[in-house]
Design a protein around this ligand. Sequence first.
Ligand code: HEM
Length: 426
Amino acid sequence: MSHAAEISQSPNAGVGRYDWERQTTQRTGAGAVDDPYPVIDAARAEGGVLETSLFGLFNLPDPMAEQWPGARRFTAISYAAAEAVLRDNTTFTNAGIRRMTEHVFGPYSLMGSDDPEHRQFRLLVQPAFGKKAMGLWQHWVKPRLDELIDGFVADGKAELYFDYCAKFPVFVIAMTLGVAREDLDKFHEWAAMLQIGAAPPDEARKARHQVEDYMRKVIADRRANPQDDLISLLIGSEIDEGDAGKRRITEEQILGLICNLLPAGAGTTYRSLGIILVTLLERPELLARVYKERDLIPAIIEEALRWNGPVLSAPFRYVTADVEIEGVKIPKGALIEPAIGAANREPERFEHAGEFDPFRAPKPTLSFSFGAHFCVGGQVARMELRAALNALLDRLPNLRFDPDMPKPQLTGLLYRMPTGVPVVWG
Ligand code: HEM
């Protein structure tokens, strides 16, 4: 299947301020695919399950091909097919993710495990994302946002994607985990290296060891002096297994969670906020309304996540038994990508699916995935996005694109992002 002609090839492939950032985003399709949806919409005529990888659909080299020579590849693009894959975690397991990410996340990871191990691990980390923990996350958000705005408010213009969106989610995760302020830049880089498919295995492994060495010291410190922070909460986490007694989280599990959290929580929120800002700046009337009607913000966030979420496909699943979905036979040993972004644009499910319409009637989406592995940080992400938008609107009146800078565009295949968010205000 070839759709090469429809792909815009940007000479400046990759998005980022630093080489490592441009390289990691380039590997996941930034610059090679700006708008994937015309190709996906055309492919819907072929069915809800396509025999190709997501990158194959765009005639691009597949970042996973080397690790899976000979594996048959499928992509679920209809809502029902993607949901069916995500629901059945016995037939569609994360065993392949484990093989691909053990060097990144270590032996314990949420993304790389299946039930019953995964369920047990999720229960152990749940306190870090529940109601009580939300205050611990929130504690770092608003002061950091204000501090970032303080840094550029007097200039009358800023590059919000790199100087605002990029700088707070990793900060919040790192600070809740007890990382020192002066080490935040290092954490930002390690987080990018740990993203699935974004860095060569050696670099990802190196970043993981750096994170682990750093965090072992923090964990030892908090064991000796517990504080009112997320890492202390995690260290104390345990589950009651009835007759088998209580199970405490191990240090290796905490480290596994952290290596998972950094890329899962930092890159996604960062890109999502950038996408939302570009979307609003392209619609000045809506933006003017949002300044006055802040209660529109939650619907704007949900719709932006549906219409152009930062993750086009949930991590691929490994097929453990011959199975058929929507008439397509998928053999044992194949890999299938649940393309949640494609599902969220399905015309039969969402009226005028290709339009950004925050006033549409709310409906469930797959933006944070579905099933056993659905995003554990969804509430944290929503809270961060609301706070970040409100902080900007509170302090920067009449935001608009910087007329002296090139208009940014959305780009990327596996991960979606804007090329920048240059703005002026006042
Ligand atoms: C807009 C922001 C975000 C989006 C769109 C998003 C989306 C996703 C998606 C699609 C998955 C894959 C689920 C699957 O395999 O089926 C996932 C998993 C995950 N996310 Fe998020 N996420 C976001 C923010 C966050 C944040 C802020 C955190 C943490 C603070 C986080 C932590 C995780 C973790 C740990 C997993 C693995 C869960 C598991 O395998 O059990 N995410 N997320």
